[in-house]
Design a protein around this ligand. Structure first.
Ligand code: GAF
Length: 385
């Protein structure tokens, strides 16, 4: 569905034209995983799958929400009931209502609004469908209320929705990618300083393709493992006497490792420190126009997430190993892990071959068939009309 069709659905649902159509993209993270809640570096790009939101001002005293993907479901919540934990906000509408609540928490009065959502980003695939919906909602409702907002403010409000309303303790990467990425670029986001820089990333110009393998293993950050990783990192930081693990450099690593009391904490630390270093190396290569050379860094990131951070799974490992054997220059899980998607950097003329090899390997393992997508770096959240 596109801007015109989401507008049509709005008109059919609410009997008038929307006041605006807005959209925000999903993302893949090229490299820099589980670093964003450690003050570290991340390097995501927005993908060309978006959540569209048609929005219109209303005077019903309520937020009314429909979704093209859930045609039978209609949500109507009085403005006074838009608060965390209210029975009225359960299920998928919670992402939109959470964004509106979070916007209210900034002190900006919000009026009632009618919304129609149409998202082409699969949920649970590790492609940040929820961040896209939150960012599109913040953008739409703030624009309709007359507030102009920069992308990083949108991202912060959207992240608060995820943390304090939906209840997922994520870091700032996904919402920042969805709000602030530029077409044809990866976003270097330093989560310690808050600085962002879009760096040119054009695989097609080098006859390369980024292939996403969605393992169809639905990941959930709410199930506790993600929170446990965060807690381990906070504990390691406390023992080392630093505010965040970002303060530990690769040079400091041997000494820091020797101060930690157990193997699990040591492996968590080693992942975070080496991953920040890999992001820096990747950025250097991209700035030098050497995109073809980043493959080994992607693959090393996967090994670290699998062996030190323990966030991979059999399907992710099979996708990475098969893609590499079939000719990918590098491959890694992307996002939180425990399922979700792999990205592989593949010479374009080998993309079909690599995809077929992964499908065949999944069948051989008895896994569900994966879903393959070619992705290109796309524009962050924007007003469509
Ligand atoms: C998920 C989280 F939402 C992000 O904040 C980030 O921590 C990521 O996992 C791991 O890099 O996508």
């Amino acid at each position: 569905m596109n801007t015109t069709t989401v507008s049509d659905l709005f008109r059919r649902s609410y009997g008038r034209k929307p006041d605006g159509v807005f959209s925000a993209p999903g993302r893949v993270n090229l490299i820099g995983e589980h670093t964003d809640y450690n003050g570290g570096l991340v390097l995501p790009f927005a993908i060309d799958a978006r959540a569209h939101l048609a929005a219109g001002r209303a005077d019903s005293g309520a937020i009314r929400i429909m979704s093209a993907q859930k045609p039978g479901e209609f949500s109507q919540v009085h403005l006074d009931d838009v608060r965390p934990g209210s029975p009225a906000v359960a299920g998928w509408p919670g992402y939109l209502l959470g964004a509106i609540w979070s916007l209210q928490q900034t002190g900006r009065p919000i009026e009632s609004v009618d919304l129609v959502l149409d998202s082409q980003i699969p949920a649970g695939a590790g492609l940040s469908s929820s961040a896209a919906v939150e960012c599109a909602t913040v953008l739409a409702v703030s624009a309709l209320s007359g507030y102009s907002m920069d992308p990083l403010t949108i991202a912060r409000i959207a992240q608060r929705a995820e943390n304090d309303f939906v209840g997922v303790p994520c870091g700032p990467m996904d919402q920042t990618a969805s709000a602030a990425c530029a077409e044809g670029s990866v976003l270097l986001f330093d989560t310690r300083s808050g600085s962002t820089e879009n760096i040119s990333f054009d695989p097609a110009a080098h006859d390369l393709t980024v292939l996403v393998v969605d393992t169809q293993v639905a990941h959930s950050l709410a199930d506790g493992e993600y929170g446990k990783r965060r807690t381990s990192c906070e504990l390691a930081a406390e023992i080392l006497g630093v505010t965040q693990l970002r303060e530990v450099t690769v040079d400091d690593l041997p000494a820091a490792l020797s101060k930690l009391p157990d193997d699990e904490l040591r492996r968590r630390l080693r992942h975070v420190v080496t991953e920040n270093d890999r992001v820096e190396s990747t950025v250097e290569l991209l700035r030098a126009g050497r995109i073809t050379d980043i493959g080994p860094l992607l693959t090393a990131s996967h090994a670290s997430l699998r062996d030190d951070y323990d966030v991979s799974c059999a399907e992710l490992d099979a996708a990475v190993d098969t893609a590499l054997t079939a000719g990918a220059l590098g491959a890694r899980m992307t996002g939180g892990g425990f399922g979700g998607s792999v990205i592989a950097l593949v010479p374009t003329d080998l993309t079909d071959h690599v995809g077929a090899a992964v499908v065949s390997a999944f069948a051989g393992h008895g896994f569900r068939p994966p879903v393959l997508r070619r992705v290109s770096p796309a524009q962050g959240a924007r007003r469509e009309n």
